[in-house]
Write a protein that binds this ligand. Structure first.
Ligand code: HEC
Length: 163
């Protein structure tokens, strides 16, 4: 029994120490000049979907839940945010090259239609970020319209590699 008690004490001690090792928060003070909303000016309902369902991971401003203060949960969240931003950061979207923007818009349609995004594990707790079928359709229609706008105002070569 003594050994079990010692192991438990050791784990408890370790957890206490872990609380002092905190990842830097992903919070930008002011809005980014390169934000996708500045480039494409979405209508309010689309901007609201982006901010509520995507920005926690795909932007420079995360709304942190209280349990992000508890390690190692905070590290785990931070990893998600890091990976998500590397693939797609809406706060930097307007600074992407046209080809990348065009491809990311296509990916957004795929991910939302297939129910891969927002991440299902995130939706368990963030129920406000869940998208109804109608919201998904609205969102996809808007993204499609943005792709069309890009197509009419840019030469195809700048958006896609020649086949
Ligand atoms: C809980 C965090 C989280 C949320 C919320 C989230 N994503 Fe993601 N997303 C990720 C992570 C992590 C990746 C990269 C790894 C992967 O593909 O699973 C990713 C990848 C993507 C990709 C793939 C990029 C590429 O080029 O392959 C797209 C597109 C995307 N997300 C769109 C969205 C959209 C649109 C929303 C909102 C409707 C959203 N995501 C919400 C975490 C998130």
């Amino acid at each position: 029994m003594r050994i079990i008690k010692r192991i438990l004490m050791f784990i408890a001690g370790l957890l206490v120490i872990l609380q002092f090792i905190r990842p830097a928060k992903n919070i930008l003070r002011s809005d980014s000049q390169h934000d996708i909303t500045k480039q494409f000016r979405p209508p309010p309902e689309i901007e609201s979907i982006l901010r509520t369902s995507c920005y926690d991971c795909h932007s420079d401003s995360t709304r942190y839940p209280w349990y992000a203060e508890v390690q190692p949960v905070g590290w785990w969240l931070n990893n998600h945010i890091h990976d998500a931003k590397q693939e797609l950061n809406f706060s930097e979207f307007a600074s992407y090259r046209l080809r990348r923007q065009y491809r990311k818009l296509e990916e957004m349609i795929k991910q939302v239609n297939e129910g891969e995004m927002p991440l299902p594990s995130y939706l368990i707790i963030h129920t406000d970020a869940r998208l109804s079928q109608q919201e998904k359709d609205q969102f996809v229609a808007w993204v499609n319209a943005m792709r069309d706008t890009m197509k009419t105002s840019n030469p195809v070569d700048s958006l896609m590699r020649r086949q």
